[in-house]
Design a protein around this ligand. Structure first.
Ligand SMILES: Nc1ncnc2c1ncn2[C@@H]1O[C@H](COP(=O)(O)OP(=O)(O)OP(=O)(O)O)[C@@H](O)[C@H]1O
Length: 348
């Protein structure tokens, strides 16, 4: 063999080995990326677990028992509860929350959707003298609340882009001079952060001793760790700074321990009384099932599941990823056409 052949042969071997080593390096680099990702996940998880242990401890120190004894407003609260809101008994934690608010404390409420959070600030708003300010993120939620309260005969207004000039004047006069009775005023967070005029009227209302309560609904929107962060909620910390002596109640259905800590910090309510009710709804559960890659099989399985689990008169909803899929699934279930009719606004 010639010298050149020997060298060429070794070169081939070296190149092959180099390729092999590069493959190993790439595999190690991929593994490193995966490990780093898992490392951050585990760190976040650990933080959450530690915060959760702290929360359990906090709950012990601010026991709800402290707020379930007798208070001077008990009979008035019962009267308003029954005659205005039509309730005959309180749901879990409602009475304790109302008592804490009535005692002038800042309060953080974590309560499942539909658990009855609104009553926790609406009832104190009627018991206390003056105006209660309610911050809520969505116009539709605000409209719904104001309509509901007005129907009950409560003097509730909203100050939003949809408010008529006439009502706006009435509201400003009520804040400014206490001219008409105004018990609950709903605004979006944008009003607090963007309207100097509104803030100056609110300031006047407070100086005259007529600002009785501040309620922040859907308070998880304050936190960037939450699932629905809204930048304007970040500015709501101003409320506690400007109106330090006015009790503030923050309410949400969904806040991890990290979000709770964050929003207490952002709203400047470090010493608030915290009420955490279980968000577990035993009637709701998830089940994960393996899905076939064959469309027809999936449809058959859904049909079998529905037939086997529910009676003829039951109703339910089948969610799909897209309008097209809704139509396909709907078409495959002629016996349940009504149930599976695609919703016009369902989007992918
Ligand atoms: N103590 C009570 N007795 C009977 N009904 C109640 C009581 N408290 C609240 N409700 C009713 O329960 C329903 C849900 O209450 P509410 O809207 O305040 O829940 P929520 O916790 O604010 O829910 P979401 O998180 O979806 O906004 C309402 O119809 C309300 O009138």
């Amino acid at each position: 063999m010639e010298a050149a052949d020997v060298v060429a042969e070794e070169l081939l071997c070296v190149e092959a080995e180099l390729q092999d080593v590069q493959g190993q390096i790439q595999a190690l680099l991929d593994r490193q990326v995966k490990l780093c990702e898992r490392q951050s996940e585990l760190k976040a998880l650990l933080e959450e677990c530690e915060a959760s242990q702290d929360a359990v401890h906090d709950n012990r120190t601010t026991s709800t028992d402290d707020w379930s004894s007798n208070f001077e407003w008990d009979s008035r609260a019962e009267d308003v509860g029954f005659n205005v809101f039509g309730i005959t008994s309180y749901r879990a934690n409602q009475r304790e929350i109302i008592n804490a608010v009535m005692s002038g404390r800042d309060v953080l409420v974590i309560m499942a959707a539909g658990g009855g959070k609104s009553l926790c600030y609406q009832l104190p708003a009627l018991l206390r003298d003056g105006v209660s300010l309610v911050v809520s993120p969505l116009l539709s939620l605000i409209q719904d609340q104001v309509l509901g309260l007005t129907t009950l005969g409560v003097s509730a207004y909203m100050l939003t882009s949809t408010t008529s000039k006439e009502n706006e004047k009435l509201i400003y006069n009520a804040l400014d001079k206490g001219e008409m009775e105004l018990k609950l005023l709903y605004v979006t967070p944008e009003k607090i952060s963007k309207s100097k005029r509104f803030m100056s009227k609110l300031e006047k209302c407070h100086r005259a001793g007529r600002l009785s309560l501040i309620a922040i609904d859907e308070a998880h929107c304050c936190s960037q760790w939450g699932h629905d962060f809204r930048p304007d909620y970040k500015n709501l910390g101003i409320l506690k700074i400007q109106f330090a002596n006015v009790p503030l109640i923050a309410l949400t259905a969904t806040a991890t321990c990290r979000v709770q800590v964050d929003l207490m910090d952002m709203l400047h309510i470090p010493k608030c009384v915290k009420f955490v009710s279980t968000v577990n709804r035993p009637n709701l559960f998830y089940r994960v099932r393996e899905k076939s890659s064959v469309g027809k099989v999936v449809i058959d399985e859904i049909a079998d599941f529905i037939r086997g689990t529910y009676s003829k008169n039951d109703s339910g909803i089948v969610y799909c990823f897209s309008r097209k899929e809704c139509e396909q699934v709907c078409g495959a279930f002629p016996f349940m056409l009504l149930m599976l009719h695609p919703l016009p606004n369902v989007c992918a």
